[in-house]
Design a protein around this ligand. Structure first.
Ligand code: ZN
Ligand code: ZN
Length: 467
């Protein structure tokens, strides 16, 4: 696999010395597959913040110029190439993209790819991406399942990408490459590790994973199946390899329940990513056990509905559950769809309901909606910060501004979180069970720790250099 004469080649166009932005090119007998095609927050944030974006007028030209996406011919959308002056037709370079999960750093830049590249993803990943797309304005950096060519002609119908969904254990055959996705536990539902059989080697791609979530057994299933293959190479995420201590989702539940029991007469705000359904479930259970209602926003409510429909086996509560309420913010204009959604539900709360029943709710509130505090004016409040990943899209307010909002309204802050990623100890366990011949660190800022844990079998790679 690593020799020049071998038939299988790997090239990493992202996820090297950075957390996320995974774009791993696998070539085998002339077939080219990308494992993930994510947005690199590290590269993008050098030039843009969460609100600023590359100029549409230059298509993908700005992203290539700034090194945010790789310069590869034959993979990008022609409408976006036309805008930056690359008008001559390019031959298709890649035969497929296989996504591990729906996080932006793995899937968002599928948005920029030409529509004749087939995309494979888990059933739940498709539901999640469609649900997020429904809530957003059109944006060339996030139109994964469908898009309209730029410049937009309103009458034109959107182009639907060629998407095929899979479930755990399915076999995906693409020419000489065969891929088996196996479920893993992570901080968003529907995540997969990939077992890849190519002509002269077997490769394991972990995606993002952990053992300490509510469904650690999923990762154990993956470890077992991967070990059975006696793999040659393992592309192993190492986001938290530098973390020795390990907290768990169960620990977050216990701590939050304790906090709620102490803060009996207070309004409690929980700040977590609504896409992290494990964390939602944790706060839902805490609300139930402390006889409060968990108030969620309309986006989170629709997301919950969509996931429940996509995979009933997840055992998620209904949006109309007695321990859940839908929080309706003050708005000058409410869209027709939103209005209908509120009308269809009897458990809708507004700021004055919250004000009157402060100690009966947990308000799930990401920092972007901190301005609701102006209307709620809590008399006494606790703010549980339950996020920490460096790439939350929701967190438009930085730490300093969040601190000012909390200070202004007298909210006391505590931090209670466990990561979506395996700790160093868990990674040792995962790699030892799978026991590959070669370990390649990806999705980490600490690749140098890998040789300390795994010795000579570690191969540190550079970006864009063939293996
Ligand atoms: Zn990631
Ligand atoms: Zn992830």
């Amino acid at each position: 696999m690593s020799s020049r004469s071998s038939e299988t080649k790997l090239t990493l166009y992202g996820g090297v010395d950075e957390i996320g932005g995974n774009k791993i090119l696998l070539e085998d007998k002339g077939t080219r597959i990308f494992l993930d095609f994510g947005k690199s927050f590290a590269k993008r944030s050098k030039y843009y913040d969460g609100l600023s974006k590359p100029r549409l007028v230059n298509g993908i030209g700005d992203l290539i110029e700034l090194g945010i996406i790789p310069e590869i011919k034959g993979i990008y959308r022609q409408d976006l190439l036309d805008l930056c002056g690359r008008t001559s037709k390019e031959d298709r370079f890649a035969d497929a993209v296989v996504l591990s999960h729906a996080h932006a750093d793995h899937s968002d830049y599928v948005s920029l790819l030409r529509e004749d590249i087939p995309i494979w993803m888990g059933n739940v990943t498709k539901t999640i991406l469609e649900s997020i797309e429904d809530e957003r304005n059109s944006d060339i950096e996030f139109e994964i399942t469908k898009f309209k060519k730029r410049p937009i002609n309103k009458r034109e119908v959107p182009i639907q990408r060629k998407i095929t969904t899979f479930r755990t254990g399915d076999q995906i055959d693409i020419d000489s490459i065969s891929i088996t996705p196996v479920h893993v536990d992570h901080s968003i539902p529907g995540c997969y590790g990939l077992i890849i059989r190519a002509s002269d080697s077997t490769i394991i791609y972990t995606g993002d994973l952990r053992l300490h979530g509510n469904k650690g057994e999923l990762t154990r299933d993956f470890m077992k199946e991967a070990a059975d293959e006696k793999p040659d190479v393992m592309l192993c995420e190492g986001t938290r390899i530098d973390e020795a201590m390990q907290s768990s989702e169960r620990g977050v539940f216990d701590a939050c329940k304790f906090l709620l029991e102490q803060a009996k007469n207070s309004l409690v705000f929980a700040d977590y990513s609504y896409k992290d359904i494990d964390r939602f479930t944790t706060f839902y259970k805490v609300a139930k056990e402390t006889h409060r209602k968990l108030l969620i926003g309309i986006r989170a409510a629709r997301y919950l509905d969509a996931l429940k429909a996509a995979d009933p086996t997840m055992g998620l509560p209904s949006v109309s559950d007695e321990s859940i309420g839908i929080y309706r913010p003050r708005e000058v204009h409410t869209s027709k769809v939103d209005e209908e959604f509120y009308r269809e539900h009897t458990n809708v709360w507004n700021h004055s309901d919250v004000k009157q029943k402060e100690s009966q709710v947990i308000t799930s509130m990401s920092s972007y909606s901190a301005d609701e505090l102006i209307d709620i004016r809590p008399t006494r409040g606790l703010y549980i910060q339950s996020t920490s990943e460096p790439f939350t899209e929701e967190g438009l307010l930085d730490e300093e501004r969040t601190r000012r909002w909390l200070e202004k309204y007298g909210l006391k802050k505590v931090h209670c979180h466990c990561s979506g990623h395996a700790s160093g100890i868990e990674l040792v366990n995962i790699v030892n069970v799978i026991d590959p011949k070669v370990v390649i660190p990806i999705h980490t800022e600490s690749p140098d720790l890998f040789p300390i844990f795994f010795g000579a079998k570690v191969k540190i790679v550079k970006e864009s250099i063939e293996l």
